[in-house]
Design a protein around this ligand. Structure first.
Ligand code: IMO
Ligand code: MG
Length: 429
């Protein structure tokens, strides 16, 4: 029986999960996505070709690897088909893609609703990706959602009609134009026929694969502080990108989980609104954004940037049971003269090292920093941790000491090979 290794984001997304997944995926038989939708954007560069994945697990790039989209994912079939076609155009085989019958489907009314709700939030805007993610998960929990398997059922038309009629009433209240049932029905029947060959009961499949001792890597999307329960609510996504979401979004059980890799950057970033204690809304933040190319893969928005927050990182380690950390962009942070590391929050005259998800408390929290020397020089060719400059090592050791988890992967450049990998450091539970 094999164990499922999981890759998760520790902060507000865009930690470079794709790069770690790409590295680990080379050794796996199966790549799995269990949460989120096409709000995710995972970029990978292979042999000079850039791939951006939104829905399909990026492990599909590995020859012979099964790529499973689990029940917890919300699927916009139009985007899925575009992704399939774009991979085919690049000569990739996608016959090993599998899509859960139970995954919920994003319809145009979800996307319209996402935009409409956001427009009406006034100063409380979340800054969603406007992909219909939140409204689709709402329907799932309201129990009127349409799943992949419903697309093939005789009741599909009636189900869709009921949904659109109800949504049109709401659109009417907001002076939004109504949507046409027949047009959407025809469009989605077409999508359904294109993806039919990939649809199956993925939960049964996954358990068969575990029994056959196949190595499965689960590709997390979004991140801990965007989690609907454990993130900075309401500035979060509408799902559980943390470890629990991986379980409910795929059907694996807690015993099936092996390593939990927490991906982080040597600094931090956030897209969209919400509290951000270590944000540098100044020249330092601008510098990190430019040096780290911090612009969204999904929405192209400039990311808010700041120093690494160990209070938040420690929280992510606890919530997810992270067994090893993967730190990207050591090269980027090493270009600063001085690097700051947040080791506590000061709030209402008191110091704390415990994270809070309360918005007002977060907004009142001031970062307490320790300073480190930067100017690491060119680290991109370094492949052994001990060969790193002493200033870089001091920074890394402080992070590990603080959170109590080893940093197994260190990204030293954007390229696939620009990585330091330390197998022996892994702490087993
Ligand atoms: P990856 O997988 C960064 C953010 C959005 C917004 C909030 C809610 O690439 O790390 P949503 O459209 O999900 O309802 O938006 O969540 N967000 C992300 N930020 N990376 C992501 O995914 C994100 N997915 C959602 O910017 O603030
Ligand atoms: Mg992203």
């Amino acid at each position: 029986m094999s164990k499922v290794d999981v890759v998760l984001g520790t902060f507000y997304g865009d930690e470079g999960k794709g790069k770690i997944i790409d590295y680990l995926g080379g050794k796996a038989d199966v790549a799995l996505r269990a949460t989120g939708g096409n709000n995710a954007g995972h970029s990978i560069e292979v042999d000079g070709v850039k791939y951006v994945f939104h829905l399909i697990p990026s492990g599909i790039l590995n020859k012979g690897s099964l790529a499973i989209i689990g029940n917890g994912v919300v699927i916009d079939p139009k985007v899925l088909i575009e992704e399939i076609n774009s991979l085919k155009e690049k000569g990739k085989d996608i016959s090993l893609l599998r899509i859960s019958t139970k995954a919920h489907v994003i319809f145009p009314y979800h996307i319209e609703m996402d935009k409409m709700l956001e427009e009406n939030r006034g100063s409380g805007k979340i800054g969603t990706t406007a992909r219909g993610i939140g409204p689709c998960y709402c329907d799932k929990y309201e129990r009127c959602g349409i799943r992949i398997e419903d697309l093939y059922s005789d009741g599909f038309y009636d189900l869709l009609k009921r949904n659109i009629e109800n949504k049109n009433k709401i659109f009417g209240l907001y002076n939004y134009p109504p949507l046409d049932v027949d047009k959407i029905y025809k469009e989605y029947l077409e999508y359904a026929s294109v993806i039919k060959e990939y649809v199956c009961d993925t939960t049964t499949l996954i358990h068969r694969l575990i029994k056959e001792d196949k190595k499965i890597i689960c590709e997390g999307a979004q991140a801990t502080l965007l989690d609907i329960d454990f993130g900075s609510y309401p500035y979060v996504t509408s799902s559980n990108p943390t470890i629990g979401g991986i379980i409910t979004g795929s059907g694996i059980n807690a015993h099936d989980i092996g390593e939990v890799y927490g991906v982080m950057k040597a600094y931090s970033s956030r897209v969209g609104a919400g509290p951000y204690v270590t944000e540098q809304d100044n020249k330092i933040g601008d510098m990190i954004r430019e040096l780290g190319h911090e612009y969204g893969a999904t929405t192209k928005r400039p990311r808010r940037c700041g120093y690494l927050d160990l209070v938040a990182l420690k929280y992510a380690v606890l919530v997810n049971g992270i067994t090893a950390l993967c730190m990207n962009h050591l090269d980027t942070i090493g270009k600063l003269d001085t690097i700051k590391l947040c080791v506590a929050y000061e709030r209402d005259g008191e110091k704390t090292t415990e994270f809070t998800t309360n918005e007002e408390e977060l907004n009142r929290s001031l970062p307490v920093y320790e300073e480190f020397k930067g100017n690491f020089g060119d680290v991109s060719k370094i492949r052994k941790r001990e060969d790193l400059p002493v200033n870089a090592l001091k920074y890394i050791k402080r992070i590990e000491e603080y959170v109590g988890v080893p940093i197994k992967f260190i990204g030293v450049g954007a390229g696939r090979e620009e990585m330091i990998y330390e197998k022996k450091l892994v702490k087993r539970r």
